[in-house]
Design a protein around this ligand. Structure first.
Ligand code: SF4
Ligand code: SF4
Length: 378
């Protein structure tokens, strides 16, 4: 099912209303605190109309566009993982009773999400987390319950950002699957329409409530041209040829030491990354000792505690932590899950406070490989 129809921008609100009528909470892009973030929205008026975002290493800025595009930005600091894999999650709580502890039921209300504005790289990131949380030996019940009913409205990118490299990772910019509906925004003078590709039966059902007409061949061609143009605008490039061997053969390359002089070990790159999934567990009690809770929270391999085992941490230096993160993303992840852990969204570059660039680090090692053994020191 990949039928194309056209929806006038004036009618896109019907899509949000149709989803709300079916019990979905629509989450989409909106402007808050100088950034485009993903939040619950009720109206298309809450979209970042007329805004775009500029990206570079350690730099992000919203700018007004010359037009009134609704999806004329790239990606912000949020990814969809915060809805599927919450940053903080209470796993259980217990209350002291006369004869011991009673464990209290933990069954939070989980909204049926409709994600509006999902980019191709983000669809690939969701597919990676699906594999991590649902398709291995163990299923993460929280993730699975949040993921199962998601309605996905993808958007083809009409422009690339300064830190994008999805073309290198073969994850975009063209949306190719994993969506219920996929939009391409066409804005030409006074004509403002969305070419809508219908991907599923659920998508077709929702479109019954949205005024539309069959897509003329010209609109399909215009949409293809928009995405093809975007593919030529990538701000970054990553040569992935032989990347596993390259990284496995250079564990003691001097570049790791060099990057460690700049890296703050802050963990921002892992927090904004749409595929990073590591967590820690925290137990808390109240002051009387009568109530206890266990929380799961996002964690980062950039903390020293993350690799703590009895006797100390395995990765004690910033050098070893950065090397671990980059090598996991681009090499060992492939051994572990069968795909790269990087979709080329560029967030780790944009949101690194000192502008460390994963593509630049790989390039530097590729330029002067040292051909060592696989196992480096810490
Ligand atoms: S490693 Fe960086 S560019 Fe790759 S998916 Fe994560 S945040 Fe995006
Ligand atoms: S690479 Fe940048 S974002 Fe990541 S830990 Fe180092 S300083 Fe922080």
């Amino acid at each position: 099912m990949h039928e194309h129809v056209v929806v006038e921008s004036a009618h896109l609100q019907h899509l949000l209303d149709a989803l709300a009528a079916r019990g979905y909470q629509v989450v989409g892009p909106t402007v808050r605190d100088g950034a485009i973030v993903y939040e619950a929205i009720d109206s298309v008026d809450e979209l970042p109309i007329g805004w775009t975002d500029e990206h570079d290493g350690g730099r992000y800025q919203l700018k007004k566009r010359d037009d009134q595009a609704w999806f004329g930005y790239v990606v912000g600091p949020h990814s969809w993982k915060k809805f599927l894999h919450p940053p903080e999650l209470r796993l259980w709580q217990a209350q002291r009773q006369d004869n011991g502890f009673q464990f209290l039921d933990e069954s939070p209300d989980i909204p049926r999400y409709a994600f509006l504005g999902v980019r191709s790289c983000e669809l690939h990131a969701i597919a990676i987390q699906d594999k991590v949380f649902m398709h291995g030996a163990y299923t993460d019940a929280t993730y699975a319950s949040r993921r199962q009913d998601v309605f996905t409205i993808a958007v083809n990118c009409g422009q690339a950002g300064g830190t994008c490299f999805c073309v290198s990772m073969q994850t975009g910019p063209q949306v190719t699957g994993g969506f219920d509906l996929a939009l391409t925004e066409i804005l030409d003078g006074n004509r403002h329409v969305f070419l809508v590709q219908i991907g599923t039966v659920q998508g077709a059902d929702v479109m019954h409530d949205v005024p539309h007409h069959d897509a003329p061949a010209e609109d399909i061609q215009v949409a293809e041209h928009i995405v093809a143009q975007t593919a030529t605008q990538m701000g970054r490039h990553l040569d992935t040829a032989g990347i596993q061997d390259l990284l496995y053969q250079n564990p003691n390359h001097p570049r790791w030491e060099e990057v460690a002089t700049r890296c703050l070990s802050c963990g921002n790159c892992t927090m904004v990354c749409p595929t990073c999934f590591c967590t820690t567990i925290e137990d808390v009690t109240d002051l009387t000792g009568s109530h206890a809770e266990r929380w799961r929270k996002w964690d980062s391999c950039f903390t020293q505690d993350f690799s703590y085992i009895h006797g100390g941490s395995v990765r004690t230096s910033t050098r070893s932590r950065y090397r671990h993160w980059l090598t996991h993303k681009l090499a060992t992840w492939i051994d572990q899950f069968g795909t790269s852990g990087c979709v080329g969204c560029g967030r780790c570059i944009t949101w690194c406070p000192v502008g460390i660039d994963i593509t630049e680090e790989v390039h530097a090692i590729r330029e002067s490989p040292s051909q060592e053994s696989r196992h480096g020191d810490t």
